[in-house]
Design a protein around this ligand. Structure first.
Ligand code: ADP
Ligand SMILES: N[C@@H](CCOP(=O)(O)O)C(=O)O
Length: 316
C-alpha cells in the first residue's frame, strides 16, 4: 500500500464511531504497497489495518470483503473484515470507500528457500480449494482485453524492442486458450510481501485486492514467478519444484495445466511487467510509495520466452 489520501486521527476517530472496536490509540501510515491507502490502526480493543480504496470500483468491494470473510472461516489465515454497527463492511473516509480488517502478526520472508516455497504452494492450493465454495465472482479486470488496451496506452513511452516484446507476447497469449484449465477464485498477487509469517501460526495471507475468477494455474504461475525467481531473473529449479509439489499435494495439477504451464508463466510475467510499467509511467500522487522494479519483470518474461523447454521440465 501507500498513502494517497492522508487520514488524520480525527478522521479515524470519526470512522471508529461506526464500529464497536473501542477508542483510537495510534494511527500510522504504511509505505509498502502501491494500490490503496493503508494505515495501521491501534484501538483499545486491538490492532487493525485501515484501507482506503483508491481505484477499485465501489460495486466490486463486497466481493473482496466477502472473500476474506469466507476464507477466514475456511482454514485460510487471512485478515477478517470488521463489520460496522449497521452490519456493513464498507464505510467512507475523506470521500473514499474504506474498510477495517484485523492486523495479522508476523513479517514477510523476502529470501525464501525451498521449504518456504513448499509451504506457500500449499497455502495457495488451500485458497483455491476454499474458493470453490465462495458464491460470488469477479471477471479478471486485468485479463486479455486489459493487456491489449494497456499495451497501446503505454506504447509511446517504451522502446521499439519493448513494444515488440509486448506485442508478440500478447499474440502468443491469444493463441493459448486457457478456458480448458480449471478456473476459480485466484489471489492474483501472492508475492513474497503478501504473506506474513509468525512462529505460532505460520503464514497469513494479505492483500486480496487482485483476487478474481481466472485459471488456477495462472495464480500458481504468478506465485512461482515471484517466490522462485533469482536476482538474475531466472527461476530457481529447487524452489520451483518445491512450490509445485506443495501445491500439487493438495490440489493435483491436471494434464492441461501441465501442458500450458510455460504459457501461464509467460502470462504471469507479462501481467506483472505491464502492471509495473503502469505504476512507473502513470504514477498516482502518493505521500508514501516504494517503487517496483519493472525491468526485472521484463527480464523474467524474456527468460521465459527463451527457455520454453526448461519451463516444461519444471512441471513434468
Ligand atoms: N491485515 C494486515 N495485517 C498486517 N499487515 C498488513 C495487513 N494489510 C496490510 N498490511 C501491511 O501493509 C502493507 C501493504 O499492504 P498491501 O495490501 O500489499 O497494499 P496494496 O493494497 O497497495 O497492494 C503490507 O506489506 C503489510 O505490511
Ligand atoms: N505485487 C505486484 C503489484 C502490487 O504490489 P503490492 O505491493 O501492492 O502488493 C508487483 O510487485 O508488481
Amino acid at each position: 500500500m501507500s498513502v494517497f489520501t492522508p487520514v488524520t486521527a480525527a478522521d479515524a476517530a470519526a470512522l471508529l464511531a461506526h464500529y464497536s472496536l473501542g477508542e483510537l490509540e495510534r494511527l500510522e501510515g504504511i509505505a509498502q504497497g502501491v494500490e490503496n491507502t493503508n494505515y495501521f490502526l491501534t484501538t483499545t480493543t486491538g490492532e487493525y489495518v485501515l484501507t482506503l480504496f483508491e481505484t477499485i470500483a465501489h460495486d466490486d468491494l463486497p466481493f473482496y470483503m466477502g472473500l476474506m470473510d469466507h476464507l477466514a472461516h475456511h482454514e485460510v489465515r487471512c485478515p477478517a473484515p470488521m463489520a460496522r454497527e449497521d452490519g456493513e463492511f464498507i464505510g467512507n473516509v475523506n470521500g473514499k470507500p474504506a474498510c477495517i480488517v484485523s492486523r495479522l502478526p508476523g513479517t514477510p520472508e523476502m529470501h525464501p528457500g525451498p521449504a518456504d516455497c513448499r509451504a506457500v504452494g500449499s497455502i495457495l492450493a488451500a485458497i483455491h480449494i476454499a474458493g470453490v465454495e465462495y458464491d460470488a465472482g469477479l471477471t479478471n479486470p486485468h485479463g486479455h482485453a486489459w493487456r491489449e488496451h494497456f499495451a497501446a496506452k503505454v506504447a509511446p513511452r517504451l522502446t521499439a524492442a519493448e513494444n515488440a516484446l509486448i506485442e508478440s507476447e500478447n499474440r502468443y497469449q491469444a493463441m493459448h486458450d486457457d478456458t480448458v484449465l480449471p478456473q476459480g477464485i485466484i489471489h492474483g498477487d501472492l508475492f513474497r510481501d503478501n504473506i506474513l509469517w509468525d512462529d505460532e501460526h505460520g503464514g497469513g495471507v494479505i492483500d486480496f485486492y487482485f483476487a478474481c475468477d481466472d485459471a488456477l494455474a495462472f495464480d500458481l504461475a504468478i506465485t512461482v514467478n515471484d517466490w522462485c525467481s533469482t536476482p538474475e531473473a531466472t527461476l530457481d529449479p529447487e524452489r520451483t519444484r518445491a512450490m509445485i509439489e506443495g501445491y500439487d499435494r493438495l490440489r493435483p495439477l491436471t494434464e492441461f495445466e501441465r501442458t500450458l504451464w510455460p504459457a501461464m508463466l509467460r502470462r504471469a510475467a507479462l501481467r506483472t511487467w505491464l502492471g509495473r510499467l503502469g505504476y512507473n509511467h502513470f504514477p498516482r500522487d502518493s505521500h508514501m510509495t516504494i517503487p517496483k522494479d519493472h525491468a526485472f519483470s521484463r527480464r523474467l518474461l524474456e527468460h521465459h520466452v527463451a527457455h520454453a523447454r526448461e519451463l516444461e521440465a519444471s512441471v513434468a
